[in-house]
Ligand binder design. Structure first.
Ligand SMILES: NC(=O)c1ccc[n+]([C@@H]2O[C@H](COP(=O)([O-])OP(=O)(O)OC[C@H]3O[C@@H](n4cnc5c(N)ncnc54)[C@H](OP(=O)(O)O)[C@@H]3O)[C@@H](O)[C@H]2O)c1
Length: 271
């Protein structure tokens, strides 16, 4: 485990990772957070006992690992402020879209790992795509795995552009699941259930279906076909969706998300 860890940005994602580190036994005194918003700093100090500062400074030079958890649009400015102090450390960025080439330019070090998490990371049930630049050592990767493990599953990728696809699938993916749950809740309420009842049924169905895929080892397609008998109720629903070409539309939507991830990288990654 990296001995001293610094976070740039102390928001949701940083808090999730800090919570995981503390529960693994990492000493709070070995964690520094740079967070401009006083209320957030006070909350971090009170909840975890970590050190929190309003701006970057020489204390950052002691960090073995620097975790970038700022919004993509503030990354460049935050990086230029921290640059004089962080060049010896391994850099781990969870910022959506910002390419490692930009991070290398802004910080002047090649030891950069990018992670693309999703919101269930906040409760330890996320999945993150990870990409390491060639200068990152096996030991560096191990340090990243230890830090990120408490956020959920990890998947290493061999090419950085694949992170844009990860963004389209799992990064934005929780919203797709919420969107379908919303539709199921609305339908259930229209058909006579209370909204609470309909939502309970929709949420439990998503959780159960996901766990069934995982534990059965079957593909989602096989499991769908198994519960779709010709002329039955599921068949009626699936036929209605196929008539509307819903699967093709859904695939188009993921391409749109990936295009947007690529655009954000161009937009916020400029020197
Ligand atoms: N939340 C998720 O599940 C999730 C999933 C995938 C990827 N991500 C990525 O993770 C990154 C962080 O997301 P988040 O949800 O944790 O955002 P967040 O809660 O808004 O946290 C960002 C924090 O950085 C602080 N900050 C702003 N400028 C700074 C500076 N110059 N130096 C240091 N800190 C600065 C912000 O402070 P102020 O509030 O004062 O501006 C804020 O507390 C984003 O790039 C996001 O795309 C998040």
């Amino acid at each position: 485990m990296s001995e001293r860890i610094a976070f740039i940005g102390g928001g949701n994602m940083a808090s999730a990772i800090i919570g995981g580190l503390i529960s693994q036994g990492h000493a709070p005194g070995q964690i520094d957070v740079v967070e401009p918003f006083a209320e957030t700093r006070d909350k971090l100090k009170a909840s975890y006992g970590v050190n929190a500062q309003a701006e970057a400074g020489p204390f950052l030079a002691e960090a073995d690992l620097v975790i970038w958890a700022v919004k993509p649009q503030t990354f460049r400015l935050a990086a230029l402020q921290a640059r004089p102090y962080v060049q010896k450390a391994l850099q781990l960025s969870v910022a959506a879209g910002i390419r490692s080439d930009s991070i290398v330019n802004w910080l002047g070090t090649q030891r950069v790992v990018r992670a693309m998490p999703n919101t269930p990371a906040l409760i330890g049930k996320g999945i993150s795509g990870l990409f390491a630049r060639p200068a990152v050592t096996a030991q560096d990767r191990q340090a990243v795995v230890q830090v990120m493990a408490s956020t959920g599953e990890l998947l290493w990728l061999d090419a950085e552009e694949k992170l844009d696809t990860v963004t389209a699938l799992s990064g934005s993916g929780p919203a797709y699941a919420f969107y379908f749950m919303e539709a199921m809740t609305t339908a259930g309420a229209e058909m006579g259930l209370t909204r609470d009842q309909a939502q309970q049924l929709a949420v439990a169905t998503f959780i159960g279906a996901g766990e069934l895929v995982r534990s059965s080892g079957e593909t989602p397609k096989v499991l769908r076909q198994r519960v779709t008998s010709k002329g039955g109720t599921t068949d009626a629903a699936i036929c209605s969706m196929e008539d509307a070409d819903l699967q093709a539309e859904f695939i188009n939507a993921l391409y749109a998300a990936r295009r947007r991830a690529q655009e954000l990288g161009d937009e916020f990654g400029k020197a």
